[in-house]
Design a protein around this ligand. Structure first.
Ligand SMILES: Cc1cc2nc3c(=O)[nH]c(=O)nc-3n(C[C@H](O)[C@H](O)[C@H](O)COP(=O)(O)OP(=O)(O)OC[C@H]3O[C@@H](n4cnc5c(N)ncnc54)[C@H](O)[C@@H]3O)c2cc1C
Length: 493
């Protein structure tokens, strides 16, 4: 294998392209949009910088490794700043819970909720450390290509009761309902319902505790730009604003790609970071393999979508930390509405991103940048007209924030815009507008997830949220490591 195409410049595509190029494979990265990043796109509006998606950067070591492969340092391209507290969780009754990896501080916060839970929390940390070792360190960066690999992982899955949900597992350690929510909501960051996502995902707690929570100076897109710069410096080629329309095949081999502009290239291997359904249904639509795989995917369960409102306001808000979760009055009921019933509920739980708390340079002098995000059902479950509902929903969120957290928000507003499930579908070709691809339930994880190498076309590879291990920056960067290992092993053999 001397040359490879990587379709899509999300975190997963970029990480894979860097790994391949670092190993001497001439790699071309082809991206549909005008900028790399995918879910981590960004906009500049009226002097404000708005990151489109990921904001909580965990496990910086997995990113640093991408530079270390060629003897360089991430710090040459990107400045990572620690964020503390990791999150402030807030409930409608006014309770705040500051969550960080400061042991003593965290014990105090837990004791405020229920002193009896401090001990249970410590036991939960031990559990989380165990699943982190098995699920992340050992299995998070290796491909599951055959059922035997799943069987090998079974004893560990059994030991950690992987069939139970994160919420159920957390509840076996602590009794306070708010603390149960605080220790289980993380699965939402990778598209999973805490009530049904495998307890293995409790590893996120350990991941954050050990590696910390970070933010890139200039925003997450500054990290994306740093990755793209690093890839080009290694000699990689980036083609922007030119969507791939076909993965060309001959027999059971991928031979190259063709783009919307008419450009085509021949490659020894093709890897796709694009949405898995889009890849099979559209890019391989002319092949039997593409049609069959798309039919199978259509029966899978996809993660919900998200509704985001981005806004820039006058004034600084030192009292509002960088990351806040504003819980609504319901937890389990709201999750059921989103995941099971496909209902746009009257109430919502919000994640509030306030990047100017860490980097004031992301807004004009004396101003602040925010986004608020609400999980909403994907378009397969809730086929509503977002062009009509979007502005109303955005207003409701702004009203809620004004009443609960940011007095005078409306009169301070300089700029705002929103992003709906339809936009995820249009901009990212996300199946059903899902924000995180396949739902991370046990029956769609590891071997049961889209394989990092196709079962029928052996030089066609997959990377990103729809593959093992799954969504989230550490997940997709881990998938790039698994996929690169397969590709480079193929080259060696
Ligand atoms: C709003 C939001 C907030 C999030 N917050 C966090 C967070 O705080 N922390 C965290 O770790 N994770 C977070 N996540 C999850 C994380 O962002 C994603 O799981 C991850 O970025 C997905 O990366 P990916 O490699 O799968 O590619 P994607 O980001 O999905 O990128 C795929 C790329 O492929 C391109 N593409 C598609 N079709 C074609 C084609 N035909 N030709 C060429 N290119 C194509 C797309 O344009 C896109 O650039 C968040 C996600 C969202 C949506």
């Amino acid at each position: 294998m001397r040359s490879a195409a990587v379709i899509g410049a999300g975190f997963g595509g970029l990480a894979l392209a860097i790994r391949l190029q670092s190993a001497g494979v001439a790699t071309t990265l082809i991206e549909a949009r005008d900028k790399p990043g995918g879910r981590a796109y960004a906009w500049e509006r009226d002097g404000f910088t708005f990151d489109a998606g990921p904001t909580v950067i965990t496990d910086p070591a997995c990113l640093k490794e991408l530079w270390a492969l060629s003897g360089r340092h991430l710090a040459d391209d990107v400045e990572l700043i620690p964020v503390t507290p990791f999150y402030r969780l807030n409930w409608p009754d006014g309770t705040n819970f500051d969550y960080s990896n400061d042991e003593a501080g965290l014990a105090r916060e837990i004791a405020k909720l229920d002193p009896a839970d401090v001990d249970g929390y410590r036991k939960f940390v031990d559990y989380s450390a165990g699943v982190y070792r098995e699920g992340y360190e050992k299995l998070g960066h290796v491909a599951f290509l055959d059922f035997a690999s799943m069987v090998k992982a079974a004893p560990a899955l059994a030991r950690y009761q992987a069939w139970r949900s994160v919420y159920s597992m957390v509840s076996s350690f602590v009794r306070n309902e708010k603390l149960r929510e605080a220790l289980s909501f993380h699965t939402l960051l990778v598209g999973g319902n805490p009530m049904t996502t495998s307890a293995i995902y409790a590893l996120i707690h350990k991941l954050e505790k050990d590696g910390g929570v970070w933010f890139a100076k200039g925003g997450t897109h500054a990290l994306i730009r740093g990755m793209a710069r690093h890839f080009e410096r290694l000699g990689g080629v980036v083609r922007l604003a030119d969507p791939v329309v076909e993965i060309e095949t001959l027999g059971d081999r991928a031979t190259g790609v063709r783009t919307a502009s008419g450009w085509r290239g021949d490659f020894d291997a093709v890897a796709t970071n694009a949405d898995i359904m889009h890849s099979y249904r559209d890019l391989l639509g002319g092949t039997r393999r593409g049609k069959r795989a798309a039919e199978k995917l259509a029966n899978k369960s996809f993660s919900p979508s998200l509704f985001l409102i981005h806004f820039g306001i006058r004034g600084r808000w030192p009292g509002i930390p960088h990351h806040m979760i504003l819980f609504g009055p319901r937890y389990r009921g709201l999750l059921s509405d989103i995941y099971d019933h496909g209902v746009l509920a009257q109430d919502f739980s919000l994640y509030l991103h306030h990047p100017t708390a860490t980097d004031p340079g992301m807004a004009p002098e004396g101003c602040s940048t925010f986004y608020a995000l609400a999980p909403v059902p994907h378009m397969g479950k809730l086929p509503i007209d977002w062009a009509e509902v979007g502005p109303i929903y955005a207003d409701r969120i702004l009203d809620h924030l004004e009443a609960r957290l940011i007095p005078g928000l409306r009169e301070r507003l300089v700029t705002s815009f929103h992003y709906t499930p339809v936009d995820f579908g249009r901009d990212l070709k996300a199946h059903l507008g899902s924000a995180f691809s396949l739902e991370p339930v046990l029956t769609q994880s590891a071997w049961f997830r889209t394989h990092n190498r196709d079962d029928v076309i052996p030089n066609l590879y997959f990377v990103g949220a729809g593959t093992h291990p799954g969504a989230g920056i550490p997940g997709v960067v881990g998938s790039a490591k698994a996929t690169a290992a397969l590709m480079l092993e193929e080259r060696r053999s």
